[in-house]
Design a protein around this ligand. Structure first.
Ligand code: TXA
Ligand code: MG
Length: 339
């Protein structure tokens, strides 16, 4: 039976020790981070890491991110850190940021899906930090969701999928950012965003002066890609879904209205909640931060109304909007209308 530790108000140090011991011993533990919940295993234990892939139903060519508590843990795991990479880490770690680095042999091949690199992340969330510190091992953790489903950002969604599949779930309340970390790899001396997130291209340009976006952020990727995760169906509700956007607000409302069919559920801006004659309207809030925080749980909630169609209002692909649109385009399986 899965044990649930409630750390929402405060971290219980006895339970923290128990969770740390459990993961050290090879069990799976789900823990909160500032981005989304992670389903964690001892990153140095091949068998434990394998169990993550089984629990999620994840393709084994999709590598995992390794989480550390502080820079002391880094030296054992990676090699050849360049001054530019060091600068990125100093600027954005701890935080919602993952850097792809050259891995050392100590990291099992299932963590890195046989690549010679590994994603390193140092969460800023206090529970995540204290948990990794107490465990005193690097923790491999993908987002806590069954593969292809929206990432888990709250305890109810997590329990639905993982109750009795992991040893312990640590409840830290709703995650603050709501979208997974920005994944960056330095390619030919240029920081390149493989997966956009809360740390935006502008944030990176401010520190480094230059930043590229991977080609595949808004389209379907096939074959060999920089970030294998981009190939797969992801974030998807179970029902048919269309993403609609126009820079012109009236046009957007018009386009959404025109696409409504019977039993259509709309996920959109709080300001538009009375604009449509739809079966159901779920508001994702007003700001990009609201949307980022709410979107994954809303995609899951939408399914519960069993609509025939889900329409999602898109946002401008700018700042955090890049990350939001990257997830929404995949959630809607590339059914995207922009005018
Ligand atoms: O915010 C996050 O990053 C969350 C929390 C739990 O830390 N984790 C997360 O992990 O989102 P996951 O496994 O769901 O997504 C990891 C992404 C995938 O798209 C994967 O392909 C990419 O990072 N990735 C991991 N290692 C890589 C590597 N060595 N090279 C390129 N891409 C890599
Ligand atoms: Mg994921």
């Amino acid at each position: 039976m899965t044990k649930i530790f409630d750390f929402k108000k405060e971290i219980n140090s006895e339970e923290l020790k128990q969770a740390a011991k459990s993961i050290r011993n090879g069990n799976l533990v789900i823990f909160p981070t500032e981005t989304v919940y992670g389903i964690g295993a001892n990153a140095l234990n091949y068998k434990a890491v394998d169990n993550i892939f089984l629990a999620k139903g994840r393709a084994n060519d999709n590598p995992l991110i390794v989480h550390i508590a502080d820079f002391d843990m880094l030296d054992d795991l990676v090699d050849n850190i360049s001054p530019l990479e060091k600068k990125l880490m100093d600027a954005f770690m701890p935080g919602p940021f993952t850097l792809i680095l050259k891995k050392k042999d100590i990291i099992p091949n299932n963590v890195s899906a046989n690549l010679d690199t590994v994603g390193i992340r140092m969460p800023a969330n206090k529970i995540a930090h204290d948990f990794i510190k107490e465990a005193n091992i690097p923790i491999a953790a993908p987002s806590a969701n069954i593969s292809s489903r929206p990432s888990g950002t709250n305890i109810e969604d997590i329990k639905e999928e993982f109750n009795n599949k992991v040893d312990i779930i640590i409840d830290g309340g709703d995650t603050s950012v709501g979208l997974e970390s920005t994944v960056v790899k330095v390619i030919d001396g240029v920081p390149t965003i493989l997966r956009p997130g809360k740390i935006t291209p502008e944030d990176i340009i401010e520190i480094i002066g230059i930043c590229k976006l991977s080609d595949n952020l808004f389209k379907k990727a096939d074959g060999i890609v920089e970030s294998p995760g981009m190939k797969y169906k992801h974030y998807a509700p179970n029902n048919k879904c269309i993403l609609i956007y126009s820079e012109d607000e009236n046009k957007l409302i018009d386009l959404v209205q025109k696409n409504i069919k019977s039993k259509t559920l709309i996920i959109g801006n709080e300001k538009h909640k009375d604009k449509y004659d739809s079966y159901k309207y779920l508001s994702y809030g007003i700001t990009l931060d609201d949307i980022s925080h709410n979107i994954f749980s809303l995609l899951r909630k939408a399914d519960k109304y069993e609509p025939d169609l889900i329409i999602i209002e898109g946002v401008k692909k700018e700042g955090l909007g890049i990350a939001i649109m990257n997830r929404l385009i995949r959630a809607s399986s590339y059914n995207y209308i922009e005018e």
